[in-house]
Design a protein around this ligand. Structure first.
Ligand SMILES: Cc1cc2nc3c(=O)[nH]c(=O)nc-3n(C[C@H](O)[C@H](O)[C@H](O)COP(=O)(O)OP(=O)(O)OC[C@H]3O[C@@H](n4cnc5c(N)ncnc54)[C@H](O)[C@@H]3O)c2cc1C
Length: 386
């Protein structure tokens, strides 16, 4: 691993080392690459992460979790982004779900779902985006739930949903009222409920985690399927999105660092004009510049996680971390592809995987322009621009 500029506490360093050791043992790079090429989920790594307590980070101890907060989560996600990116993306969704349940669930919902999620015995998906648009989702959302007796009937379609073919439970956002933002509710929906169909969408990256189109056809739900307050689902989700943003930032940092590590190694070995590529100043400068970008992004990500753990506002710093890390990850992977040149096209080598996977966090969970819009409004006090 390249020396990291930010120093972590001894406890976090030990946690990071334990996680790295587990991934190296259960899923070394050759296995990660093989599963990526085969588009397969890494069930063994999933099990090992549950045993190590990674699934339970952020889940209170009374619900069989490991406690902890945002700082432990970003450290775990950076390691996973570096070593097993599809699993890192799975964990971003997992932490979003456990946070939504922790902050909005009834005592019964917490008992029913948090323990099994922390133990890794069930998996969950988060269903917000629709085909009409992810950024302006309030205008695009056509999925609707209407009351029937004590319960609800849910109908509509969702797009680009991670894990919907393989998860057990989903949090689905649906329109329940006419007000643009105060007319949306979160529902807990079993993926095997009648009327739910998920179709995998062919995608070119994050190959170890399924991406789906979801159809909800008159799905009947009991009253206790509502998560949080009726009509307040959007603000409840927005409250957790800062967390998702910093978690996505941590994965992007991992992707960028992973790419730089393999690129540095390649530059030390590959010869041209009688010397290693890494002896050319131009090559050193390319890697150094990308390295500065990724280490700066990590400092912002750690600060966002610290603010979150201490209960300080995170909207500006998490947007900064997300923007900086997504940009740096693209820079690092692009630099890698340039230095690997022809070998960058070899699908047995990880650089092309980092290059493909880095694309996700340029537009998800929030696109780069929207991150800047947020910074313009909340940090620079400009009028809202969208
Ligand atoms: C692999 C993968 C997994 C995903 N997993 C999930 C999931 O589990 N759950 C889920 O709900 N969603 C998921 N998504 C969806 C993802 O969150 C959306 O793709 C994202 O929110 C962007 O929405 P969009 O693709 O509709 O882009 P659009 O909203 O169409 O935006 C396209 C582009 O337009 C520009 N743009 C839009 N609005 C503005 C503005 N106001 N100012 C400036 N520029 C703007 C930006 O450049 C933006 O990237 C996933 C997507 C992928 C590809």
């Amino acid at each position: 691993m390249l020396p990291q500029i930010a120093k972590l506490s001894e406890e976090l360093e030990m946690f990071r080392a334990a996680l790295e050791g587990t991934i190296d043992r259960v899923s070394p790079v050759a296995r990660v690459q093989k599963l990526d090429n085969a588009k397969e989920f890494d069930a063994e790594l999933h099990r090992a992460l549950a045993e190590l307590g990674v699934m339970g980070l952020g889940v209170p101890e009374e619900h069989s979790g490991g406690g902890g907060h945002a700082l432990e989560q970003v450290v775990a996600l950076e390691v996973l982004g570096r070593k097993a990116t599809s699993m890192a993306v799975f964990m971003v969704v997992h932490y979003m779900i456990t946070r939504l349940l922790r902050e909005n669930g009834t005592a019964e919902q917490k008992v029913r779902y948090l323990g099994p999620l922390a133990a890794g015995t069930i998996k969950a998906s988060f269903c917000l985006t629709e085909a009409g648009g992810g950024t302006d989702i309030l205008a695009a959302m056509k999925t609707r739930a209407v009351r029937e007796g004590d319960g609800w009937v849910l109908s509509g379609n969702k797009m680009w949903i991670s894990g919907a073919s393989t998860s057990d439970i989903m949090i689905v956002l649906a329109r329940t009222g006419e007000h643009r933002s105060r007319g949306i509710t979160m529902f807990l929906v079993p993926t095997r409920a009648e009327g739910v169909t998920a179709h995998e969408v062919p995608t070119f990256a994050i190959n170890g985690y399924d991406t789906n189109e979801l159809a909800l056809d008159n799905v009947r739900l009991p009253a206790d399927a509502v998560l949080g307050e009726v009509d307040r689902g959007f603000s409840q989700v927005v409250a957790t999105l800062n967390g998702e943003r910093m978690n996505a930032a941590a994965v992007a940092v991992g992707i960028g660092r992973g790419a730089l590590e393999v690129t540095r190694q390649y530059a030390l070995e590959r010869q041209a004009f009688g010397k290693a590529l890494g002896q050319f100043q131009a090559v050193q400068h390319q890697i150094a510049t990308a390295g500065i970008a990724i280490e700066s992004a990590w400092l912002l990500t750690l600060e966002a996680a610290r603010s979150d753990a201490e209960g300080r506002p995170t909207d500006v710093v998490s947007s900064m971390a997300k923007w900086a890390s997504a940009k740096a990850a693209v820079q690092c992977t692009d630099t890698g592809m340039e230095i690997f040149a022809g070998a960058g096209f070899d699908t047995n080598l990880p650089i092309q995987r980092y290059y493909r996977d880095a694309r996700l966090y340029s537009f998800a969970p929030l696109n780069q322009n929207m991150a800047l819009n947020m910074i313009g409004e909340r940090w620079l006090s400009f009028p809202r621009s969208f």
